[in-house]
Write a protein of this length. Structure first.
Lengths: 154, 76
């Protein structure tokens, strides 16, 4: 009887680990897709930041080069497993920040291009769909963070 | 939990350092940008503020015309 329980528990654990790996790949893929065009053309990204009307002018270029670097590091941490726990929390922080920025722009009725993927996608005014997408991504990162409590760092 | 915070701080510091190096290596991105014209999706380049003097009425020191008192029927 206990053998059956152990088998079921092993199978559930495998499924959970597989699911977590899929989430890691999805979140890391989105972060890489967001970071690459911004790192390649930070000038274009820097031109979009003032439209949020939140960043002081002096910080715009620093944010334009630092934010994609953080996205890249978070993605690499999720994929490689090095500094994995920090990478998960960084992903949560980045997604929460981006969601708050988009929500704030929508609430204030600013029709900006979010610049989320640099110039890789056609510029369109930020909308509710962008907010939903970011909330879903934030949810995925929160699932990864909750899983940290179950398993030691890998 | 302490380990999580330490790893997060390491990544934040590395990201900030790499971002600053990236900024230093880009001559087309100055540390402090020049003031720029605001861009929005609907209007292309929107004027931030029209010069105040251009639209302000010319100051006049001529005596203002007397205010007319309401006609008696207006009060009803």
């Amino acid at each position: 009887m206990s053998q059956v329980h152990e088998d079921m528990s092993d199978r559930a654990s495998k499924w959970r680990r597989g699911g977590i790996w899929v989430l890691r790949l999805i979140v890391a893929g989105v972060l890489l897709a967001a970071a690459a065009p911004k790192l390649a053309d930070p000038v274009a990204f820097a031109a979009k930041l003032p439209n949020y009307r939140l960043f002081p002018e002096v910080f715009v270029n620093v944010v334009a080069t630092t934010a994609p670097m953080l996205e890249l590091l978070a993605a690499l941490a999720l994929l490689s497993g090095r500094l994995y726990r920090g990478g998960v929390w960084l992903s949560v922080g980045l997604m929460a920040t981006f969601t708050a920025l988009i929500g704030s722009a929508l609430a204030r009725g600013i029709d900006l291009d979010c610049g989320c993927f640099g110039n890789a996608v056609q510029a369109e005014p930020v909308g509710a769909l962008d907010l939903v997408r970011n909330i879903v991504l934030l949810g995925l990162t929160v699932v990864l963070a909750l899983d940290l409590g179950r398993e030691p760092a890998r | 939990m302490r380990r999580d915070a330490r790893e997060l701080l390491t990544l934040l510091a590395a990201g900030l350092a790499l971002g600053l190096v990236h900024l230093a290596l880009r001559p087309d991105l100055p540390w402090v940008p020049a003031p720029r014209v605001e861009e929005t999706m609907c209007g292309g380049e929107a004027e931030l503020e029209a010069p105040a003097a251009a639209e302000a009425p010319v100051a006049s020191f001529a005596p203002a015309p007397p205010m007319s008192s309401p006609a008696p029927e207006d009060g009803r």
